[in-house]
Design a protein around this ligand. Structure first.
Ligand code: FBP
Length: 342
């Protein structure tokens, strides 16, 4: 039987390669892994215990809070605060920075997380996930409105997601490639199953909620027709796949090749720049896809070069295989030129 490498072994090996490593990275990662196991257990038996449905509360995004989302948020805040290596944290579910209690030891790291992504799929047993980037506070530039948080490229030390699906997987990068670990429930350990994941340069799948097409801008509509046209680089229409959980759609495209799109749309004047959050959804996925050889853009800018204005900022998001995202960038640039020359 091939040598089974656990995620902790992998992290310790990584730590050996980082000069001056303090062990803080490993301790923080161990708390993420423990949180994933606890949340995975609740997700797996969601239909049997009282974690389905709504809590009755509304979160900072104006969305009704799902019980399992609230549970995952509580587990992560509790475990991460006890890592002893954080100076602050933030969650998609909380309006402001979550301070580490004075009574607990602190460290140099900051982390942002989306406790349970794909909330519309929680109650119907469809894949959901947890997303996290973290960074060393030492290198953090202060965004105007939120003094302690910015997880841009320059600062992300690591980014990853946990996918709660037919199996529970942990996929992450710490700047040396993207690696996937599958939870072996019989030993309760994440085992290395997908080392050095590379996303195919040319995709064959597009993932977008076409139900909103009428609200899209011209460049986005052109992008969709390109992926559906037999005259594209693939010489046949891409296959359409959309689960409605960013983590699940992203993971499939990472392995098979394709593009995930959540464009800006005109449905809700309060959300002119799309739905997905820059700091806890787009930035970490952009770091992972770039480390796997892909690309991520808002149409005009590289996601990882966008300076966060505030913690819950939303951006249009196009992410996946290099050739596919490059095509989207070309179409947006052409549209910008057309508008300019009008
Ligand atoms: P949550 O983090 O609140 O679940 O929102 C994000 C999300 O569920 C993504 O996972 C998914 O890609 C998108 O929203 C689905 O949105 P829509 O239902 O508008 O297609």
């Amino acid at each position: 039987m091939p040598q089974q490498v656990t995620v902790t072994e992998h992290i310790l090996l990584h730590q050996k390669m980082v000069p001056g490593a303090t062990g803080q990275f490993t301790r923080l990662f161990n708390e993420i892994v423990l949180s994933a196991k606890i949340i995975s257990r609740a997700v797996n038996k969601a239909g049997l215990v009282d974690v389905l449905g709504f809590t009755g509360d509304v979160n900072v995004q104006g969305e009704e809070v799902k019980k399992l989302d609230e549970y995952a948020n509580r587990i992560l805040i509790h475990r991460l605060a006890r890592s002893g290596v954080l100076c602050a944290m933030a969650s998609e579910e909380n309006a402001d920075i979550i301070e580490v209690p004075e009574s607990l030891p602190r460290g140099d790291y900051v982390i942002i997380f989306d406790p349970l992504d794909g909330s519309s799929n929680i109650d119907v047993n469809v894949n959901i996930g947890t997303i996290f980037p973290f960074s060393s506070a030492k290198a953090i530039r202060m965004p105007r409105s939120c003094p302690a948080m910015s997880c841009r490229r320059a600062e992300q030390v690591a980014a990853g997601y946990i996918l709660y699906g037919s199996s529970t997987m942990l996929v992450f990068t710490s700047g040396d490639g993207v690696h996937g670990f599958t939870m072996d429930p019989s030993v309760g350990e994440f085992i290395l199953s997908h080392p050095n994941i590379r996303i195919p340069e040319q995709g064959k799948i597009y993932s977008v909620n076409e139900g909103y097409e009428r609200y899209w801008d011209r460049a986005t509509k052109k992008a969709l027709s390109y992926f559906k046209s037999p005259k594209n680089a693939l010489r046949k229409p891409y296959s359409g796949r959309y689960i409605g959980s960013l983590v699940a759609d992203f993971h499939r495209n990472l392995l098979y090749g394709g593009i995930f799109m959540y464009p800006a749309d005109l449905r809700d004047p309060k959300k002119p720049t799309g739905k997905l959050r820059l700091t806890c959804e787009c930035n970490p996925m952009a770091y992972i896809v770039e480390q796997a050889g892909g690309m991520a853009t808002d149409g005009l800018n590289r996601i990882l070069d966008i300076e966060p204005d505030h913690l819950h900022q939303r951006v249009p998001f196009f992410c996946g295989s290099y050739n596919d995202v490059e095509k989207v960038r070309e179409l947006f640039a052409a549209e910008a030129r057309r508008k300019k020359n009008k």
